[in-house]
Design a protein around this ligand. Structure first.
Ligand SMILES: CC(C)(COP(=O)(O)OP(=O)(O)OC[C@H]1O[C@@H](n2cnc3c(N)ncnc32)[C@H](O)[C@@H]1OP(=O)(O)O)[C@@H](O)C(=O)NCCC(=O)NCCS
Length: 193
């Protein structure tokens, strides 16, 4: 009797258990866990201090979100830090942002996506897109209509999937970009549509 080779080598598909996550706005008490996720996701030269991240959260608490494990709500699987920022400049990597920054008074503000990070265990489950959708809602409510970000670690392709395209930085912004490492790309899109 002929044996179908496909049948002989067939193996049941591996079904990966999808974890449950709760998405909620970030609070200052989340920062130690945010730092732990950051450490798992970035090259050493891209790691930012707790103070730098805290200053971004303080600037726009409703635009920063986390994904916590449903069975351990203080443990984070992912975070997203975003804030309004003037269209023509880039915030300094690992620098403190201030409420009274003269640039903050500019009228042409963008929704700046500072940092999206999903811990390796949480990747590939759509968490980043869910966090993005939550924060984008807040950005729209705040009247922001144009978004900017700096893609690092080859993430530009992933951001393209969310409608972002490269934007050429000029002047001081180009200088600040170099601090984000080789291959960093400024990207943007309108978010009103
Ligand atoms: C990029 C990142 C935020 C995506 O998070 P995620 O929750 O896994 O994303 P999603 O589940 O929505 O999408 C996963 C898909 O994106 C792809 N992807 C992940 N990282 C990518 C990258 N750097 N470039 C291109 N595609 C990427 C995965 O291969 C997967 O593809 P598939 O759906 O075809 O299997 C996450 O991989 C991450 O935190 N990376 C490390 C930190 C980082 O580089 N952040 C971006 C800084 S700009």
């Amino acid at each position: 009797m002929a044996v179908d080779a496909r049948a002989r080598y067939w193996r049941p598909p591996i079904i990966r258990a999808m974890s449950e996550f709760l998405l909620r706005p970030m609070v200052a008490a989340d920062l130690p866990e945010v730092l732990a996720v950051q450490a798992q996701c970035y090259r050493p030269e891209l790691i930012e201090s707790a103070d730098a991240l805290a200053s971004r959260l303080a600037l726009a608490p409703t635009l920063c979100w986390v994904a916590a494990h449903a069975d351990a709500p203080r443990r984070l699987a992912a975070y997203l830090l975003t804030h309004p920022w003037p269209r023509g400049t880039l915030p300094p990597l690992d620098g403190l942002l201030r409420h009274d920054d003269p640039a903050a008074g500019e009228t042409l503000l963008t929704w700046f996506i500072h940092d999206m990070a999903v811990s390796p265990a949480g990747q590939g489950q759509g968490l980043a897109k869910r966090l993005y959708a939550k924060a984008r809602q807040g950005a729209m409510q705040a009247g922001l209509r144009c978004s900017r970000l700096i893609a690092v670690q080859s993430a530009a392709h992933w951001w393209q999937g969310l409608g972002y395209a490269p934007v050429a930085p000029a002047g001081e912004a180009a200088m600040k970009l170099s601090r984000y490492g080789e291959g960093a790309v400024v990207m943007g899109r309108e978010i009103g549509e």
